[in-house]
Design a protein around this ligand. Sequence first.
Ligand SMILES: [Zn+2]
Length: 90
Amino acid sequence: MSAKVCQRCSGKNDVTEFNIGDEKHRLCIDCRSKFLIKAEMGRPPIGITRKISLTLAQEDWDWLDKGNRSKTIRTLVHNERLSDERKGGL
Ligand SMILES: [Zn+2]
């Protein structure tokens, strides 16, 4: 049985075969870590998009629209959850 060879660099250092979807990969440990980092960065954000109606004063909208609305609201939710969790909830 011949040693497995990395499909990218032809290295033989801890080469492992694995599938991602229908794609078969055969990578050494170095290429595997590079590949995983790349996969991590390319991963689409996990979340559910819902439309909401929100009533705010004009000045609040002005403030919100100075930045990225979605990002600001996401941050507010996260901060609120954190402070909730600190109050003794889970
Ligand atoms: Zn390799």
